[in-house]
Design a protein around this ligand. Structure first.
Ligand code: SF4
Length: 176
């Protein structure tokens, strides 16, 4: 079983939520190899033959779009993981501002911006809006939450890996 964890337009909180499974990760890696994750390993693109790809983050720019399409080609099952991937989430808030406003804020106005105020010219072009991953490609499962709750992940990730189905109560899929 080969697993990928993709990171698109999000905050890394969803990937950290997986790492927060602590000792359960040891059980998971006994059943499955994590073959691609830009956050936790130095692999530049997803390999062929992925069984399950967890996608975190929304689609906000052309690079996100291309990476999602490549992952969909190389993965048998794709899971939208977290509210950004499922619905657009906080990346969707970027649509409240123009691209110029966003770039000026990020690269010139925040306290951590470089003093030179130079906007890099290699930032991938934005799409005209943020998209949920399901707007772009077929998704097999959706796991909501910002990030998804640990107790929920402890139920659902082993089930997805084992190919089982889960009977979930409404309470288990709604924010408490
Ligand atoms: Fe971060 Fe929340 Fe988006 Fe996950 S759903 S990437 S935790 S903002």
């Amino acid at each position: 079983m080969k697993i990928a964890i993709e990171e698109l337009a999000g905050c890394s909180g969803c990937t950290i939520a997986v790492l927060d499974l602590h000792e359960m990760l040891l059980d998971l890696v006994a059943q499955a190899d994590i073959v691609y994750s830009p956050v936790i390993m130095d692999v530049k693109e997803p390999p062929e033959g992925i069984d399950i790809a967890f996608v975190t983050g929304a689609i906000r720019n052309e690079e996100n779009h291309e990476r999602l399409k490549l992952l969909r080609k190389r993965a048998k099952k794709v899971v939208a993981f977290g509210t950004c991937a499922c619905y657009g989430g906080v990346s969707g808030l970027s649509m409240l501002s123009s691209n110029d406003e966003l770039f000026n804020y990020v690269y010139r106005e925040t306290a951590t911006a470089d003093d030179d105020g130079v906007i890099p010219n290699d930032v991938p072009p934005f799409l005209y809006r943020a998209f949920a991953v399901g707007d772009i490609t077929k998704i097999d499962y959706y796991i909501t939450g910002c990030p998804p709750k640990e107790a929920f992940l402890r139920q659902i990730i082993p089930a997805i890996i084992a190919g089982d189905t889960l009977a979930l109560s409404r309470k288990s899929v709604c924010a408490e």
